[in-house]
Design a protein around this ligand. Structure first.
Ligand code: NAP
Ligand code: ZN
Length: 349
């Protein structure tokens, strides 16, 4: 199938129109017309080569919402016209303990990311959602509940699941004192989800510029990480902190905010971090951990959770032709709070 989209041709992060082919449907494949595509900071890291050399042309995008336009003969759960989503993975071995336990993101043989990785069967490099169509095996397709607005659901497929999964794994519930570092794409979803779970949520941000926004989505308020007095006063006052900062940073300014036995879970920076002080960990049995997206079953769960609690990401809708502008805003941390491309407006010459 011929399709079009936007691709990076090198690590200069400049996206250009691109024509390419999607594979012919395998027996268990679903072909999807993409209607909306979210822009994650990971897309920018990947095209920039921040996580190592990439194969170009590279079509990013792993927050995909669309409708089914064709199914392979063995597809059981989807039919033409269904409203569906695709997130950060498109394949895994399906046999190891992690896949069997619905945590395909930790597949022992390695999951296949939605873009920039060899397809398990053909070896062709996968291409993501900044495009008109995608073909994905049905096990990696999720259903968009009717109660969700299709135009606003895309960020749930990455920002939503990446924050929902650790909130669930660390048993965040009624009364849990949660801190969210960085009010961006992931951070604002973390706030909405944790509030819906009954937690008491504070945003930990570099300034108080986003205070109104944080309160509007249910946070108690903002703790300014650059205000040493406020940070000292907030010592030992959180049970759980989710760290979404997208660059190398010092976690030692945040770990003393945890109460005894508290955990700080890093989902933002992928790669080296500044040296950190062990004393706050040792002196309070505090933990620093990490978390990677979430499994497909859990991705369906977060979509259903958002539908049930009427949670929609704060989306700034743009045309695909505005993608480069969106990348510059993302680079500067100037996003309120997720760019989503309306792919029906994709017109590539
Ligand atoms: P984003 O929209 O750019 O938000 C990041 C937020 O972090 C910003 O809004 C800002 O919040 C804060 N921030 C930015 N630069 C900072 C700095 N130098 N120091 C301290 N805080 C800073 O990015 P995103 O899309 O949410 O993604 C966040 C990170 O998560 C990225 O690195 C992405 O690759 C990663 N990610 C990981 C996974 C996973 O599975 N673990 C999945 C998806 C994304 P304030 O203005 O409030 O300070
Ligand atoms: Zn992402």
């Amino acid at each position: 199938m011929k399709t079009t989209g936007y691709a990076a041709q090198s690590s200069d992060a400049h996206m250009v129109p691109y024509h390419f082919e999607r594979r012919d449907l395998r027996d268990n494949d679903v072909a999807i017309e993409i209607l909306y595509s979210g822009i994650c900071h990971s897309d920018l890291h990947t095209v920039n080569g921040d996580w190592g050399p990439q194969a170009y042309p590279l079509v990013p995008g792993h927050e995909i919402i669309g409708q089914v336009i064709e199914v392979g003969p063995a597809v059981k759960n989807y039919k033409v016209g269904d409203k569906v989503g695709v997130g950060c993975m498109v394949d895994s071995c399906q046999e190891c303990d992690q896949c069997q336990g619905h945590e395909e993101q930790f597949c022992r043989a390695g999951m296949t990311p939605t873009y920039g990785a060899p397809d398990r069967i053909s070896g062709e490099i996968t291409q993501g959602g900044y495009s008109k169509h995608i073909v994905v095996r049905e096990e990696f397709v999720v259903r968009v509940p009717n109660a969700l607005d299709m135009a606003k659901a895309a960020p749930i497929l990455c920002a939503g699941i990446t924050t929902y999964s650790p909130l669930r794994s660390w048993d965040v519930k009624e009364g849990t004192r949660v801190g969210v570092i960085g009010l961006g794409g992931l951070g604002h979803m973390a706030v909405k989800l944790a509030v819906a779970m009954g937690a008491e949520v504070t945003v930990i941000s570099r300034s108080d510029d986003k205070e109104q926004d944080a309160k509007a989505i249910g946070a108690k308020g903002i703790l300014v990480s650059k205000d040493d007095d406020a940070m000292a006063a907030a010592g030992s006052s959180f049970d759980f902190i989710l760290d979404t900062v997208p660059v190398k940073h010092d976690v030692s300014i945040y770990t003393p905010l945890l109460d005894v036995n508290g955990s700080l879970v890093i989902v933002g920076q992928v790669g080296p971090m500044d040296e950190f002080m062990t004393w706050p960990l040792i002196s309070g049995r505090r933990r620093v951990a990490g978390s990677l997206i979430g499994g497909i079953k859990e991705t369906q769960e977060v979509l259903d959770f958002c539908a049930e609690h009427n949670i929609h990401p704060e989306c700034k809708m743009i045309k695909p032709s505005e993608v480069n502008d969106a990348f510059s805003h993302l680079e500067k941390g100037d996003v309120a709070y997720r760019f989503v491309m309306d792919m029906t407006q994709l017109s590539v010459e």
